[in-house]
Design a protein around this ligand. Structure first.
Ligand code: NAD
Ligand code: MG
Length: 395
């Protein structure tokens, strides 16, 4: 008899959250949604509670939690409604929870993700920002508390699948020469450099292959997403930056590759649908059905590869620089990027100002080491202030 895995889905109303619930719904004999969480989308959360009957539903926003609690009572559902960041941490760490899908977007996800690791959960990590902000501290925490970390980001999940089973974090011992991190190149891969200054949020959010939340869509358009993923790969696989090569692959069919010293390259392929990496990690080590259709090689027909254009996508370079600098710099990069993306989406600044704002924050915030989550959160606040001030002085 299989025991049913109790899962907390942090960010259940988002793109990854909904895909996760889709996989849960396909396997009622394996998984149960123990807790669902969201920022403030009451209607979506109510519908999810009706369908999945979780033990808890948490809204970050207190007023939204009040509305949800009334609606849940009226609907006769037994879900308990909680509010605030401490409640997010609580539902990520309660003893009944087996696995936590960390799918909140941005730095907002770090505290509950840390809470899951601290209580030794199976952490299914979509929130790459946690690793970018606090890579070493988070990986140490995972080890210290015997948590299990499985990557949901499609590239990292692909790398995980392409590594030898005995991989213990030592690339050299495993005979690995390079990690090939694929990137679609985003919606502006073919756009002339001069045209980027006038792109709109709608154009930036229209990704050619993936249907994702707004923030990661803009990150894909600037290629900061790939930059964040280089840092994520560095921490997950203990790979030095020079062994992580970004490869533009516009079809998004190969999700990443691992190159070995004997000349072999192992890749993971599939249709671009996040339910594949989600099902892989949720069912691990078993393979379970995900709802994703089989890859039709004849329809794919071509697999193309290009080198990334660092001049057109300076965010990618900034991410490599932040990783090389170490200490608090990746956290500064991440915080400034979040402010930059938000400012661009609100039409307060052009697309091309995004890397300028981030570079300014990286030059302004003093470089230092970080030892605790508190240090990380302080760096995050400081870098956000620096980025906001830069924009205010511009206007
Ligand atoms: P999304 O914007 O679609 O959803 C974000 C979720 O987080 C929502 O449920 C929202 O209510 C919640 N949320 C937002 N702000 C919050 C806050 N301050 N406090 C608490 N909850 C908050 O985002 P997404 O595209 O699903 O991405 C989620 C994470 O997964 C990101 O870190 C992203 O980089 C990563 N990721 C996403 C994809 C994808 O295909 N969408 C792929 C790989 C990795
Ligand atoms: Mg990815």
């Amino acid at each position: 008899m299989k025991t049913i895995r109790q899962i907390t889905v942090l960010g259940s109303t988002g793109s990854i959250g909904e895909s996760t619930l889709d996989v849960i719904a396909r396997h009622p004999d394996r998984f149960q949604a123990f807790a669902l969480t969201a920022n403030h989308s009451v209607e979506k959360m109510l519908a999810q509670c009706q369908r999945f009957q979780p033990r808890f539903a948490v809204m970050l926003d207190t007023a939204s939690a009040g509305q949800l609690a009334d609606a849940i009572k009226a609907a006769g559902i037994r879900t308990e409604v909680l509010a605030g960041i401490e409640s997010l941490e609580k539902v990520a760490s309660l003893p009944e929870v087996d696995a936590v899908m960390a799918a909140i977007v941005g730095a907002a996800g770090i505290r509950p993700t840390f809470a899951a690791a601290r209580t030794g959960k199976l952490v299914l990590l979509a929130n790459k920002e946690t690793l970018v902000m606090a890579g070493r501290i988070f990986m140490d925490l995972v080890k210290q508390h015997n948590a299990t970390l499985l990557p949901i980001d499609s590239e990292h999940n692909a790398i995980y699948q392409s590594l030898p089973h005995h991989f213990n974090g030592n690339l050299v011992a495993a005979g690995i020469s390079r990690i090939l991190l694929t990137a679609s190149g985003g919606p502006f891969r073919r756009a002339p450099l001069e045209s980027l200054a006038s792109v709109t949020p709608e154009q930036a959010c229209a990704h050619p292959n993936w249907d994702m939340g707004q923030k990661i869509s803009v990150d894909s358009a600037t290629m900061m997403n790939k930059g964040l993923e280089v840092i994520e790969a560095h921490w997950l696989f203990e790979a030095p930056p020079e062994k992580i090569q970004v490869v533009i692959h516009p079809q998004s069919v190969i999700h990443s590759m691992v190159a070995y010293v004997d000349g072999s390259v192992i890749a993971q392929l599939g249709n671009p649908d996040m339910r594949t990496p989600i099902a892989h990690a949720m069912g691990f080590p078993e393979r379970i059905e995900s709802g994703v259709s089989a890859l039709d090689m004849f329809k794919v027909a071509h697999l193309d590869f290009e080198e990334p254009d660092f001049k057109k996508f300076p965010c990618l370079k900034l991410a490599y620089q932040a990783l090389a600098a170490g200490g608090n710099m990746p956290a500064v990069l991440n915080a400034a990027n979040e402010i930059a993306v938000e400012s661009f989406l609100k039409r307060h600044m052009p697309f091309t100002a995004i890397p300028v704002m981030i570079a300014h924050a990286m030059e302004t915030v003093r470089q230092e080491e970080m030892a605790t989550l508190d240090d990380v959160l302080k760096t995050d606040t400081l870098a956000r202030d620096v980025a906001r001030n830069w924009l205010a002085n511009l206007q």
